[in-house]
Design a protein around this ligand. Structure first.
Ligand code: SF4
Ligand code: FES
Length: 277
């Protein structure tokens, strides 16, 4: 008899620590968790935290998730004595005072870096305003009270920073993996990052949370107050918007339905093979 993977789910959830599920858990940012009890047909990937490594220091510890890093190097430029990709370990938090390490960690635009203070210092805060920055030839850099989820209600990520693919080429969708860059074999993704046309939607409630729904083989549907800034500096504030993640829209960064014409395919994270860290 074939046993559905879902059959063991309730038992697995029983063994999830309540502290892990807490919104204040240090693992909150990387937990793939079940938000509700949605009618999901199958679930291939167990509900496990994404691979992260912790680097202890003086008064602060830094967590690093290599699968979210796109080598943007804001960390290396900010504190080369702490973040040195040519050294092992490459992160040595004791190389600077805890406040400075915390400041640079929060500059990481992808959420690959996080920290916990062990000296009672202030922890990471959630930005008061949700923002998306459209990078020229690059991803969408999202900051705020962000939840990325599937249409069925699976929470893929809760975080304050994340880089989302908008070229359609990432092998780690919905996250950017640098596939927008040109290589010897392929031309890079080219888009000025300026804002196309968008009709702003009014907020329906008082909530400030931002939910990003991964539409099947389609756009990223943002619900919640958000300010989008193009690479040209233009801005739009809206409470609901679909942003292109296939790279084909003629009205970037907004979806214009072109994903249907180009046959865009984006497997949900639960069904996708997990690449090695
Ligand atoms: S700032 Fe973040 S994304 Fe950039 S190299 Fe450092 S860890 Fe990676
Ligand atoms: S996702 Fe690219 S046009 Fe809709």
């Amino acid at each position: 008899m074939q046993v559905s993977p879902l059959a063991s789910l309730p038992f697995f959830l029983l063994f999830l620590s309540p502290s892990l599920l807490s919104p204040h858990s240090p693992h909150r940012s990387s937990l793939i968790a079940l938000r509700s009890s949605p009618p999901v047909p199958f679930l291939n990937t167990p509900l496990l935290p994404m691979a992260e490594k912790t680097y202890p220091g003086d008064g602060i510890q830094v967590r690093y998730g290599p699968r979210r890093c796109i080598h943007f190097a804001a960390c290396v430029r900010g504190l080369p004595g702490v973040f040195d990709p040519d050294r092992r370990p490459w992160i040595v938090p004791a190389g600077a005072d805890a406040d400075a390490v915390a400041r640079v960690v929060t500059r990481c635009p992808t959420g690959a870096l996080h920290y916990e203070r062990t000296d009672g210092g202030p922890g990471e805060t959630t930005p008061a305003v949700n923002t998306v920055r459209v990078a020229m030839d690059g991803p969408l850099y999202v900051r705020g009270d962000v939840t990325v989820e599937t249409p069925e209600g699976f929470v893929v990520l809760e975080d304050t920073r994340v880089a989302l693919c908008r070229c359609g080429r990432s092998s780690r969708k919905p996250f950017c993996d640098n596939s927008h860059r040109s290589t010897d074999d392929s031309e890079g993704f080219i888009d000025a990052g300026s804002l196309g046309t968008c009709t702003p939607k009014e907020a329906e409630g008082e909530g400030t949370a931002l939910r990003v729904e991964l539409r099947p083989n389609g756009p990223l549907l943002f619900r919640g107050p958000i300010t989008i800034t193009g690479a040209d500096g233009n801005q739009v504030t809206t409470a609901k918007v679909s942003l292109c993640r296939c790279g084909a829209s003629a009205n970037k960064p907004f979806c214009d339905g072109s994903h249907r014409n180009v046959g865009f395919e984006a497997p949900t994270p639960e069904a996708a093979p997990v690449p090695p860290a």
